[in-house]
Each structure stands twice: as C-alpha cells, then as structure tokens.
Design a protein around this ligand. Structure first.
Ligand SMILES: [Zn+2]
Ligand SMILES: [Zn+2]
Ligand SMILES: [Zn+2]
Length: 117
C-alpha cells in the first residue's frame, strides 16, 4: 500500500501506523510478536490496537495459518499460498502451484532465505 492509499483510509498517520503499512507492503505475513520485534519503543497494546484498527478498515486481514499465532497480511491480495519457515516461522506469500478452482488453502514448510544461509 502506498502512503497515498493510506491517506484515503482516513486514518491518522502516526509513525507507528506508517511503519506498520511499510511492513505490510512486503509479501509476507506478520504476527503481533514479529511486528513488535520491529519496533523498539512501542508496547504490545499499541501494536494490537493499531492492528485492530487496520483490520477494521479492511487494510489487513487475518489468515488461518498452521502456526499458533494469528498472522496478518495486506487485505485484497489475490489467491496465493504460504511458505512457512520451519525455523523462524515467517510466512511468505508465494504463487499457488495448485491449479484447482475448488477452494483450498496451501501452506508448506521450507527454510526462508535468511535461515537457509
Ligand atoms: Zn526463517
Ligand atoms: Zn499471503
Ligand atoms: Zn491455490
């Protein structure tokens, strides 16, 4: 999402939200814990509050992943699969290899680029 699109949502642009939008522009999902690790000075409650607001505005959406924690990603992405790192649990959005039109949800485990190094 661009800053321009963000402004259209009518959200007040705090630096925390600005940063959140930046994170969600990446083709991956985020858990609240992973997000908190990206901020040094923002408490968990603030992160949860901002996530809730973004979710209410349909900017981000929770996804049902295998991992215990709720993962969020940018809303409105076309159908895709998730590659979950078996070491750091990061879920990356990847093209879905399944051609079937019936509803499905594909997740597979593999090391992410950082952990594979
Ligand atoms: Zn990893
Ligand atoms: Zn995704
Ligand atoms: Zn698919």
């Amino acid at each position: 999402m661009t800053q321009q699109e963000f402004k259209k949502t009518g959200l007040r642009q705090t630096s925390a939200r600005e940063k959140l939008v930046e994170l969600f522009s990446e083709k991956r999902t985020w858990s609240a814990k992973q997000i908190q690790a990206c901020f040094n000075d923002v408490d968990r409650a603030t992160i949860f509050r901002n996530l809730k607001t973004l979710q209410k505005k349909n900017i981000i959406t929770p996804i049902h992943a295998h991992a215990g924690e709720t993962l969020f990603e940018l809303a409105g992405r076309s159908h895709h699969a998730h590659q979950i790192c078996s070491k750091c649990q990061t879920a990356i959005c990847v093209p879905c290899p399944i051609k079937s039109k019936t509803e499905h949800n594909l997740e597979f485990f593999n090391l992410c680029q950082l952990c594979a190094k």
